[in-house]
Design a protein around this ligand. Sequence first.
Ligand SMILES: CC(C)=CCC/C(C)=C/CC/C(C)=C/CC/C(C)=C/COP(=O)(O)OP(=O)(O)O
Ligand SMILES: Cc1cc(O)c2ccccc2c1O
Length: 332
Amino acid sequence: MTIQPPSAMHSGLNDIVRNHTSDQQRSGMARVSSDMRNKCAAYVLALRPWSFSASLTPVALGSALAYKLEGSVDLVILMVCAIAVLVVHGAGNLVNTYYDFSKGIDHKKSDDRTLVDEILAPQDVVMFGALLYSLGCLCATLLYFLSTLRMEHLALIYFGGLSSSFLYTGGIGLKYVALGDVVILITFGPLAVMFAHAVQVGYLSVLPLVYAVPLALNTEAILHSNNTRDMDSDKQAGIVTLAILIGPTLSYILFNLLLFFPYVLFCILATHYTISMALPLLTLPMAFPLERQFRSQCYSKIPQKTAKLNLLMGLFYVFGIILAPQGSLPLL
Ligand SMILES: CC(C)=CCC/C(C)=C/CC/C(C)=C/CC/C(C)=C/COP(=O)(O)OP(=O)(O)O
Ligand SMILES: Cc1cc(O)c2ccccc2c1O
């Protein structure tokens, strides 16, 4: 047995205490960093990123049209424009989360349970939404300096998009009075495509409005499947959507129209103008299972699957436009 001097015993005790404290600090830091990671993941999920194809494809389409007509695109403008549209879309999703929760529309079985399951606090959602709108405004200001588009035209389209994203569920709540479908058709279609085109070319044109039609119809199919899925709970909450107004049978017919009519348009473009416009037809095999699933009334995940189709159809549409021989695309 060794007898240690009191100083050595003291330093041993100190080592134990120090190790214990640093273990505690390390586990505390690990907890803080894992809490931060969870919180960040909660913020990202609250944005419902699966729906972002709906705002990215019109930006790609508007820029592709500008490339075809003007011969070049400014990649910095393209990036800033994509961020602007994406953050306004994300903020719209958060406004939707906040108001659907405060009006008691979202429930335990809803697709969006950020607030219902207390993953985030309502105040977090409000602050995050305000942050995204501010970031969007910063991007719009940057675009003013980067693009030759007149300020009044830029402001008109940008604030048109911003107010639609808010009014969809905030303020008068267009979604609650069966006007949500019109908002989606316009904002994710003509408005976003025109915005992306105008900031590249520096002027407003009707051409992007026409080219936006097939994509806008497909994007509306996402929302319509969403509203058909939520028909019963929306009715119980006392709100009116187009799906509720027309009922299940007409809703099924409308879904088919929204899903398949864009392909008719691509066939017409491919046969009358250029074969590259047949590229989006490659996504047709993805559309049939969606029709079957809608018909069997298994609505779960149809919006997400339609969003995937929307992304691929949009990309093929954009490639079709880029690959079209010079002068072969209809210019109205
Ligand atoms: C032109 C510019 C600058 C921007 C346009 C940016 C866009 C596309 C804004 C539109 C934002 C918008 C209207 C968002 C609402 C998104 C939406 C359809 C949410 C879904 O709502 P619900 O129908 O309640 O679906 P859930 O049941 O899943 O919550
Ligand atoms: C969350 C969400 C849900 C949807 O059903 C959407 C449909 C079209 C466009 C955007 C949508 C969206 O952001």
